[in-house]
Design a binder for this molecule. Structure first.
Ligand code: ADP
Length: 494
C-alpha cells in the first residue's frame, strides 16, 4: 500500500500512469488461487492516505474470491479447448477406420488435420520400396492440383535434410523459420513455406511415411500443434497399414481366383480330352472284342468235343474274360458318355423309377432270397431319368452284390425331404465299408475286393457320383463293417 505516490522517487510504468491521472493513494493485492500468483488487484484514489487497514482486509477478501473465480474460468476454458480436440481426434479415428481405401484414408487425414492444426498447405508422403518419399495427397499448393501428376513426385532423401531427419530420428521436426534452416530445399511449388512441421507416420515402430504441414507465418506452429499432429499420425498410420493390407489381400484373392479359373479351365480341357479318348478307345475295342468272344464261343460250343481237357479249360477262360472285358467296356462307355451328353431337368417320380429298377433286378432278388422294400411315398425329384436310373440301378445292384455269405440281403429305401432338396437313402445289411474308403470308392476303378470274391468293374460308384453331380446333387456313404452300408443321395426337389 502506498499513501502518496508523489513522494516516491522511482515509479513503475503503471504507477507513473496512475500518478499522471491524478492518483495519489495506491493499493495492490496479489491474486493467489491455491498459493500460485496469477496477477494483482490494483486500487487507486485521488487523495493521499485514502486506504485504511480495514480497506486492505476488504480488498484481500475480494481478491481471494476473484482469484478463485478467474482460476475456475481458466480451467473451464482449458477443459473446453481439450474437449474440442478430443472430439476432433475421436471423429478422425472414426472416419479413418471406416474406410479401407488408401486414398480416402489420406484425404480424411488431411481434412481432420486442418481442424486441429491450421495449415496453409500440407502433404502426405509414403515411403517407397526404393527408399524415396512419394507424395500421395496434397492440400493448398497452387501448382500441385492434378492428383495423377502429384503421385509422380518423389523426394530423394539425401537432398532434403529435413525429411531425412524425420525418417532417421523417427520424431517430428518443427522448423520455426525455413529461411534459417541449413539445407532447406527450395522447391518452386513450396516457395510460400516459412514455418514447417514434419511428422512421421509410424507403424510397428517403422516409418511408413511423413506428413508435412506448412505455414506462411514464421513461428506459427506451437508445441500443442506438434502434439495434436502426432496424435493424429498414430491413428492415421494404423489406418494406412490396414488399407494397404486390405489392398494386398484383395490383390492376392484376385490372383488366386484367376489361377483357380485357369487351372479349372485346364482341368476341364484335360478331362474332356480324357473322356473323348476313353470313349473312342472303348468304342474301338468293341468290334475286335466281339470277334474274339464270338469265335471263342463258337469253339466252346461247336468244337468242344475236339478239345482235350486243357483246351476246354483255356477256351472257357477266354469266353469268361471276354465277357468281363465287354462289361468293362460297357461301363467305361456309360461313364464317359455322362460328360458328353446334355442333362435334362424334368420332374421324375422316384416311385416309378425305383419300381422299374426293382423289376429289372427281380431275378437276382429271387435268386439271393433278398428282401427289397420300396416305400410307396417317394417324392418327385427334378432330374434326368437316365442319370437317375444310373444312380439307383448301381446302388441297388451293389446292395445285392456286397452281401455277407449266408445272410440274405435286406435292402431298404427311405427318403427325407429338406428345404430345396431330398435325400434318398439306400441301406443294406451287407459286408460294410471301412471309413478310410468312404471317399475312395467313388473313384473310377477303385475296388475293395478281388474279382473272385465279388465280380465288378469298379466304375459303378464313379457313375453314381458323376450323375449326382450333373444333377446338382451329391452322394456319400456311412457304414459299419460287418453290419451294412447306407448310401445317401441328395437331389434337387421339384
Ligand atoms: P464294382 O461294384 O463294379 O466293383 P463300384 O464302383 O460300384 O464298383 O464299387 C466300388 C467298390 O465299393 C466295390 O468294389 C466294393 O468294394 C465297394 N462297395 C460298393 N457298394 C458297396 C456296398 N453296398 N457294400 C459294401 N461295399 C460296397
Amino acid at each position: 500500500m502506498i499513501d502518496d505516490l508523489s513522494t516516491l522517487s522511482t515509479l513503475s510504468p503503471m504507477l507513473q500512469a496512475l500518478c499522471a491521472d491524478g492518483m495519489r493513494s495506491h493499493m495492490a493485492v496479489p491474486l493467489l488461487p491455491l498459493g500460485e500468483l496469477i496477477g494483482t488487484l490494483n486500487l487507486a484514489a485521488q487523495d493521499p492516505g485514502s486506504f485504511q487497514p480495514e480497506d486492505i482486509d476488504i480488498a484481500c477478501e475480494i481478491a481471494a474470491q476473484l482469484a478463485v473465480a478467474i482460476r475456475g474460468a481458466q480451467l473451464y476454458e482449458a477443459e473446453q479447448h481439450a474437449r474440442r480436440f478430443a472430439d476432433t481426434l475421436h471423429a478422425a479415428n472414426e472416419s479413418l477406420t471406416r474406410t479401407l481405401d488408401l486414398n480416402s484414408v489420406l484425404e480424411a487425414l488431411l481434412d481432420h488435420l486442418g481442424q486441429l492444426v491450421p495449415y496453409d498447405s500440407a502433404n502426405v508422403m509414403l515411403l517407397t520400396a526404393d527408399a524415396c518419399l512419394a507424395v500421395h495427397t496434397t492440400r493448398g499448393y497452387e501448382r500441385w492440383t492434378d492428383p495423377a501428376k502429384i503421385r509422380t513426385i518423389s523426394f530423394d532423401l539425401s537432398a532434403t535434410p529435413n525429411l531425412q531427419t524425420v525418417l532417421v530420428t523417427r520424431k517430428s521436426l518443427l522448423i520455426p523459420d525455413t529461411t534459417e534452416y541449413p539445407g532447406w530445399r527450395h522447391v518452386a511449388e513450396a516457395e510460400h513455406v516459412r514455418n514447417w512441421l514434419g511428422v512421421p507416420l509410424l507403424a510397428n515402430d517403422q516409418v511408413i511415411g511423413i506428413y508435412s504441414l506448412d505455414q506462411t507465418q514464421i513461428g506459427f506452429f506451437t508445441e500443442e500443434h506438434v502434439w495434436l499432429a502426432e496424435a493424429l499420425a498414430a491413428q492415421a498410420a494404423i489406418a494406412i497399414q490396414n488399407a494397404r493390407l486390405h489392398a494386398q489381400v484383395q490383390r492376392h484373392a484376385a490372383e488366386l481366383e484367376l489361377r483357380v479359373a485357369q487351372r479349372t479351365a485346364q482341368l476341364e480341357t484335360a478331362n474332356k480330352e480324357l473322356e473323348a479318348f476313353s470313349y473312342s478307345v472303348s468304342h474301338d475295342l468293341r468290334a475286335p472284342l466281339r470277334a474274339v468272344s464270338g469265335f471263342a464261343e463258337i469253339i466252346a460250343r461247336r468244337h468242344r468235343a475236339n478239345l482235350n481237357e486243357e483246351g476246354r479249360h483255356y477256351i472257357d477262360n477266354i469266353v469268361e474274360a471276354s465277357a468281363r472285358m465287354s462289361q468293362l467296356i460297357d461301363d467305361l462307355l456309360a461313364y464317359s458318355r455322362l460328360g458328353r451328353q446334355s442333362v435334362r431337368r424334368q420332374p421324375v417320380p422316384l416311385q416309378d423309377l425305383l419300381a422299374q429298377i426293382a423289376k429289372d433286378l427281380a431275378a437276382r432278388v429271387a435268386e439271393s432270397g433278398a428282401d427289397l422294400a420300396i416305400p410307396n411315398d417317394l417324392p418327385i425329384v427334378l432330374g434326368d431319368p437316365t442319370l437317375l436310373n444310373q444312380i439307383f440301378a448301381n446302388l441297388l445292384g451293389n446292395a445285392l452284390t456286397y452281401r455277407r455269405p449266408d445272410v440274405p440281403p435286406r435292402v431298404a429305401i427311405s427318403c427325407q425331404t429338406e428345404p430345396g432338396h431330398v435325400v434318398v437313402c439306400v441301406s443294406d445289411n451287407g459286408i460294410g465299408i471301412s471309413a478310410e474308403y468312404y471317399a475312395k470308392i467313388f473313384n473310377v476303378f477303385q475296388r475293395l475286393h478281388s474279382e473272385d470274391e465279388y465280380p465288378g468293374t469298379g466304375i459303378g460308384l464313379a457313375i453314381v457320383r458323376k450323375s449326382a453331380e450333373l444333377l446338382g446333387g451329391r452322394v456319400w456313404v456311412e457304414s459299419v463293417v460287418g453290419e451294412g452300408s447306407t448310401f445317401q443321395v441328395q437331389l434337387p426337389k421339384e
